[in-house]
Design a protein around this ligand. Structure first.
Ligand SMILES: CC(C)(COP(=O)(O)OP(=O)(O)OC[C@H]1O[C@@H](n2cnc3c(N)ncnc32)[C@H](O)[C@@H]1OP(=O)(O)O)[C@@H](O)C(=O)NCCC(=O)NCCS
Length: 293
C-alpha cells in the first residue's frame, strides 16, 4: 500500500475514528458470533458520544500514544494508547474490514507501543479476534482469559448493603491510592472523566477501601478494592442497583471473589476475550474498564 500514511491522531480525527471503530466492531461481532441481523445497526449515538469524549480526552492528555492510518486520504485504522505513571494501556485498536490481515495493524500497534517503551507494565482488554490476539502475544503480552456474568439478579439473596456511600471528586486521591495498590498506577485524569460519565460508589472503612463506577443500569464499569471483602460488598451494591438483565464484565481467574458473588446472585458465567498483560500479574480485587483499564 504505497499511499498508506501512519501519523499521530489529532482531536479533529476523533469523529472519523469513531465511525471506523463502529464499522470494525460491528463486523467483528458478526464474524465472531455469526450474528446475521437483517438490519445491523452501527453504534448508536448514546454510545458514540461517550466514545468520542473519551478518545478526545486520551488524545488531549497523552497525544504521543494515539495513531491513525490514512489510505487515499481516508482514515482506515487507529490505535489509541496512553501512559498513566509507569503503566501503558491500549484503549482501542481497529483496521477497516477488508484491509485487515495485511500488516497495517502491526504498524499502528508498533507506533503505539513505542510510546509505552518507558512503561514497566502494560494492559490491553483484548477482543477475541484471532488477529488482535496474535498481535498482542507477538508483542509479549500474557493472555488472561476473561469471563463475564450475565442474567437477572435473584433479589431474594441480596444482602443488606452497609458501609457503601456515594462517591465524588473528593475521593480521587483515595481512588488513585487504590489504583496504585491494585494495578500499579493511578488513573489520574481519567477519574475526572469517569466521574462525568457514571455514578460512583465508595467503601472506606478501617479494614479496607474500594470504589466502583456503575452505569445508569447498575452495570460495573470499573471496580477496585484493597481486599476481597470490600470488593464483594461493592459488587453486591452494584447488583442491587440493577433492574432486569445485567452484565458484569472483565473477570479474570484472579478475581474469583466476583465469580462467587455472581454464583450467589444466580447469574450465568461465560467467557469472552482476554486481558493482555505485560510486566504485571492480573490486578485483584479488580474489574477493569475495557478502554481506560
Ligand atoms: C486487530 C486488528 C486491528 C489488527 O489489524 P490487522 O491489520 O488485521 O493486523 P496485521 O495484519 O498487522 O496482523 C494480523 C496478524 O494475524 C494474522 N492473521 C490473519 N488472519 C488471521 C486469522 N484468521 N487467524 C489468525 N491470524 C490471522 C496475520 O497474518 C498477521 O500475523 P503476521 O503479521 O504474523 O503474519 C484488526 O484485525 C481489526 O480491526 N480487528 C477487529 C477489531 C478488533 O478486534 N480490534 C482489537 C480490539 S482489542
Amino acid at each position: 500500500m504505497t499511499d498508506l500514511v501512519i501519523r499521530p491522531m489529532t482531536t479533529d480525527d476523533v469523529p472519523a475514528a469513531e465511525r471506523l471503530s463502529a464499522v470494525g466492531f460491528l463486523e467483528l461481532d458478526q464474524r465472531m458470533f455469526r450474528r446475521d441481523w437483517p438490519d445491523p445497526e452501527l453504534r448508536p449515538a448514546a454510545r458514540s458520544g461517550p466514545w468520542i469524549t473519551r478518545t478526545r480526552h486520551i488524545v488531549e492528555t497523552d497525544p504521543g500514544g494515539c495513531w491513525v492510518a490514512e489510505y487515499d486520504g481516508e482514515l482506515v485504522g487507529n490505535a489509541v494508547s496512553f501512559n498513566r505513571e509507569k503503566l501503558w494501556c491500549l484503549a482501542t485498536y481497529v483496521v477497516r474490514p477488508g484491509l485487515q490481515g495485511q500488516g497495517l495493524g502491526k504498524q499502528l500497534l508498533d507506533a503505539a507501543l513505542e510510546h509505552g517503551r518507558g512503561a514497566l507494565r502494560g494492559m490491553i482488554s483484548a477482543s477475541g479476534d484471532p488477529k488482535a490476539v496474535r498481535r498482542y502475544r507477538l508483542a509479549g503480552f500474557s493472555l488472561e482469559p476473561q469471563m463475564f456474568l450475565k442474567g437477572t439478579v435473584d433479589r431474594s439473596v441480596l444482602p443488606v448493603i452497609e458501609k457503601v456511600r456515594d462517591g465524588s471528586v473528593g475521593d480521587i486521591d483515595l481512588m488513585d491510592s487504590i489504583d496504585r495498590q491494585t494495578r500499579g498506577a493511578a488513573h489520574g485524569p481519567d477519574h475526572g472523566l469517569m466521574l462525568g460519565f457514571w455514578p460512583l460508589l465508595v467503601s472506606d472503612t478501617s479494614t479496607g477501601s474500594g470504589y466502583a463506577y456503575l452505569d445508569d443500569k447498575g452495570a460495573v464499569q470499573l471496580l477496585a478494592a484493597t481486599n476481597r471483602r470490600t470488593a464483594a460488598r461493592l459488587l453486591w451494591a452494584a447488583l442491587a442497583a440493577t433492574d432486569g438483565e445485567t452484565f458484569v464484565s472483565h473477570l479474570t481467574s484472579a478475581n474469583e471473589w466476583a465469580v462467587d458473588v455472581g454464583m450467589a446472585a444466580r447469574l450465568e458465567l461465560h467467557q469472552e476475550g482476554y486481558l493482555g498483560l505485560r510486566g504485571m500479574k492480573p490486578p485483584a480485587p479488580y474489574l477493569h474498564n475495557g478502554a481506560l483499564l
